[in-house]
Design a binder for this molecule. Structure first.
Ligand code: C2G
Length: 129
């Protein structure tokens, strides 16, 4: 059972680890699409703190991640799911309902986000030091 998930995973934190671990436990292989610097600039208006190369290397080095690729466009999601032969798409519930259109080719599950932690809150804490 091949599980796939997507994310920026900038300044890796406990919330990221928890969703990746839970996603991996739902199948036998975990494939992670790490969103590109350009995709983030379009989506959030700023570049991630860590480059796409660094973010991919960090995610690749986790023992519960089997494969990593660069997610270059949100519009290519169906293409990525087919190419990686995903059986299950897992995302945090901040994306609830957003990927239901792919239920024709794989299962889609939204997992509860880990409360009180985010890349943005970490940036704020570091700024205030
Ligand atoms: N996450 C979580 N708990 C947190 C923070 C994040 O479970 N406290 C989850 C998010 O729900 C997401 C994953 O961690 O499933 C990655 O989060 P981000 O790095 O913020 O990625 P995002 O901007 O949601 O990118 O194609 C979709 C995008 O690439 C997803």
């Amino acid at each position: 059972m091949r599980v796939i998930t997507f994310g920026t995973f900038d300044i890796l934190h406990y919330g990221h680890i928890r969703i990746l671990k839970r996603a991996r436990e739902m199948g036998s292989e975990l494939i992670v699409g790490v969103s590109s610097d350009a995709l983030n600039e379009n989506k959030k208006g700023r570049k991630p703190v860590y480059s796409e190369f660094e973010r991919m290397e960090i995610i690749r080095s986790l023992r519960f991640v089997d494969e990593v690729f660069l997610e270059e466009s949100l519009e290519k999601k169906r293409e990525y799911l087919i190419h990686h032969q995903a059986d299950l798409l897992v995302m945090g519930n901040d994306w609830e309902g957003k990927f239901d259109e792919f239920r024709d080719i794989c299962d889609v599950r939204y997992l509860e986000r880990t409360p009180s932690i985010s890349t943005t809150s970490i940036i704020e804490v570091v700024k205030s030091l």
